[in-house]
Design a protein around this ligand. Structure first.
Ligand code: ADP
Length: 248
C-alpha cells in the first residue's frame, strides 16, 4: 500500500509509521518501505539505525532492519544521516529496484510504502515494477496541499492503482492550556475533496505536539501511548484499511 500526498511535510511518514504501528498492534505482520530516497524519515521516526546485512536463503538478499516488530527498509540505512543523496535518475531507480526485488522481507501481511513528495520517477517505478493493492492520499486541509494531493490522485488514476481513500492531517489543534480548538490549516477540505472524488474519507488526525514529539523521539505515538487520545485517529484509520484489504 502506497502512502502519497503530492506535497511534502503534510504527514506521510508520520501516518505511515503510526498506521504500521496500529496494524502491528492488532497482530499483523507489517513492513515499511521508505521510498523517500532523498529525504528518508523512517529510521528517525521508528528509532532504528544501522546498516542492513547481506544474507538470506540465497546469501545475496538485503536483510531489512526491525523496529517495534516492524520490518523496515530505508535509504536512510545506506547513507549517513547528515549525508545528502546526490544521485541521478538511473542510480535512484537502481536503489529502488533493489529495495523492491532484493530485500528479504520475510512473511508480511501488509507492506506500507512511504512515498516521496511529487509525481515523478519513484512513483512511476513503483507502480510499474510492483503490484500495488492501493494507495492512500494524505493532505492537510489547506488549498496549497490539496492542489498537490489532487495531482497525486490523478497520477494514481493514470497508473491504475486503486485509491483506498483520503486522510486529513493536522486538521484541528486543541490548546492544551485553555481547550480552544483552532483549525490551523482550514476545516474539512480533505473530506470535501474525498466526497467530490467519490473516495472514502478514512479519518482526520489532529495537530498535536505528542504526535510530533514521539516521532522525533523515535517511537511513533501509537507505540508510545497506545491508549492515548492521540493514537485514536491512527487506530481508526488502520482498522478501516484492514477491513478494506480484508487483512483484519
Ligand atoms: P511528510 O512525510 O509528508 O514529509 P512528515 O510525516 O515528515 O511529513 O511530517 C512533517 C512534520 O510534521 C514532522 O515534523 C512531523 O513530526 C510533524 N507532524 C506530522 N503530523 C503531525 C500531527 N498530526 N501533529 C503534530 N505534528 C505532526
Amino acid at each position: 500500500i502506497a502512502i502519497g500526498s503530492g506535497k511534502g511535510g503534510v504527514g506521510k511518514s508520520t501516518l505511515t509509521a503510526n498506521i504500521a504501528a496500529a496494524l502491528s498492534k492488532s497482530g499483523l505482520k507489517v513492513g515499511i518501505l521508505d521510498a523517500d530516497i532523498y529525504g528518508p524519515s523512517q529510521p528517525k521516526i521508528m528509532g532504528v539505525h544501522g546498516k542492513p546485512k547481506i544474507g538470506g536463503a540465497d546469501g545475496k538478499s538485503i536483510l531489512p532492519l526491525h523496529g517495534y516488530g516492524i520490518t523496515l527498509m530505508s535509504m536512510g540505512f545506506l547513507v549517513d544521516a547528515d549525508e545528502a543523496v546526490v544521485w541521478r535518475g538511473p542510480m535512484l531507480m537502481g536503489a529502488l529496484q533493489q529495495f523492491m526485488g532484493q530485500v528479504d522481507w520475510g512473511e508480511l501481511d501488509v507492506l506500507l510504502i512511504d512515498l516521496p513528495p511529487g509525481t515523478g520517477d519513484v512513483q512511476l517505478t513503483l507502480a510499474q515494477k510492483c503490484e500495488l493493492d492501493g494507495a492512500i492520499i494524505v493532505s492537510t486541509p489547506q488549498d496549497v496541499a490539496l492542489i498537490d494531493a489532487k495531482k497525486a490522485m490523478q497520477m494514481f488514476y493514470k497508473l491504475k492503482i486503486p485509491l483506498l481513500g483520503m486522510v486529513e492531517n493536522m486538521s484541528t489543534h486543541v490548546c492544551p492550556n485553555c481547550g480552544y480548538e483552532e483549525h490551523m490549516f482550514g476545516k474539512g477540505g480533505v473530506q470535501a475533496e474525498a466526497k467530490k472524488a467519490q473516495l472514502d474519507f478514512l479519518g482526520a488526525i489532529p495537530l498535536d505536539i505528542e504526535v510530533r514529539k514521539s516521532s522525533d523521539f523515535g517511537k511513533p505515538v501509537v507505540f508510545s501511548n497506545f491508549e492515548g487520545s492521540q493514537s485514536e485517529a491512527f487506530k481508526q484509520i488502520a482498522n478501516k484499511l484492514a477491513d478494506k484489504l480484508n487483512i483484519s
